[in-house]
Design a protein. Structure first.
Length: 307
């Protein structure tokens, strides 16, 4: 992406989250300039102000920016799904993406990397899916489809747009493992329902590396699955996580109990899943550091043990 002798400038929306923080650190470590797109008053020249709820973002602020990375979005598992919360999931993704995509087009930014999720595919059961698969059914699939469609202004404006469909991110600190680890650490880790539903996962390290790869490889565009090469069933994940923290995992949480506790999210986010593979990344030459669930969980849990 960057020309020889040119220090690339990357603007990031959602830079304070788990992935955004790690990506910002990785970019700065490789001498890229990072501009953080923030909703509050900017604290310094490395921050750009926007107000997506009002459609406010000055495209001129993106002058000289090589790529914009949009990681905005309320966590889908943050709370039980009510009508209001589901609307907040849409509002935190679709309108901000439209605002950014329009600014990218108006400013002539070459690249937009936009977050999405493997929830796009709906429940694939044991069927392997890659980026050529159409959207599935359900709230999450529709959310992802509309989220990705919000990038169209950038595409029409001539930008290279990468739709980064991320799976479950396994991190040493934060993310889903932060909520799960205390249970697994005391032997209360449990298979969910039948345990046959697939989980597409990726280590945080490989997630960041894949985003850096997408930024720098101009041949990569369109939907790109940011998932490890070997998705696993929930039962396999549960066993592997137990092994990583040296605890048995004999328990099972019945589907009805998960539904009682979490409602609709249990059906779409826990008891069903996607068997998505990173075909586009691998075709472009990306190599994972963590190829198996055991390697990824070993990375995530070992790092925590030394905190």
């Amino acid at each position: 992406m960057a020309r020889a002798g040119h220090r690339a400038v990357i603007a990031i929306a959602g830079s304070s989250g788990l992935i955004g923080s790690a990506l910002t650190a990785a970019l700065r470590a490789t001498d890229h300039r990072v501009l953080r797109i923030v909703r509050r008053t900017p604290a310094n020249s490395e921050e750009l102000h926007w107000n997506p709820a009002n459609g406010e973002f000055d495209a001129e602020a993106l002058a000289g920016v090589d790529a914009v990375v949009n990681l905005c979005g309320v966590n889908v598992g943050q709370r039980r799904w009510s009508g209001a919360f589901k609307q907040s999931l849409r509002d935190s993704r679709i309108e901000p993406t439209e605002v950014l995509a329009t600014a990218v087009a108006d400013a002539g930014v070459a690249t937009l990397i936009n977050a999405s999720a493997v929830g796009y595919y709906g429940n694939t059961r044991d069927r392997v899916v890659d980026e050529n698969q159409r959207a599935g059914s359900g709230f999450l699939a529709q959310l992802c489809e509309d989220w990705e469609a919000a990038t169209l202004p950038a595409q029409y404006g001539g930008a290279r747009v990468v739709l980064a469909r991320t799976g479950l991110v396994l991190a040493p600190a934060g993310g889903a493992l932060r909520r799960m680890r205390p249970l697994f650490a005391v032997g209360l880790g449990a298979r969910l329902g039948s345990g046959r539903q697939y989980m597409s996962w990726i280590s945080l390290e490989d997630e960041v590396r894949a985003l850096l790869f997408a930024i720098s490889h101009s041949s990569l565009s369109g939907p790109v699955n940011l998932t490890g090469p070997a998705p696993v069933t929930n039962a396999e994940f549960t066993t592997a996580f137990g092994s990583a923290v040296n605890r048995p995992t004999p328990l099972m949480l019945p589907g009805f109990a998960a539904r009682t506790a979490l409602g609709e999210f249990a059906d779409e986010g826990l008891l069903t899943g996607q068997r998505a593979i990173p075909a586009a990344l691998e075709r472009a030459g990306f190599e994972f550091h963590h190829n198996t669930i055991g390697e990824a969980l070993g990375y995530a849990t070992a790092r925590r043990d030394h905190d």
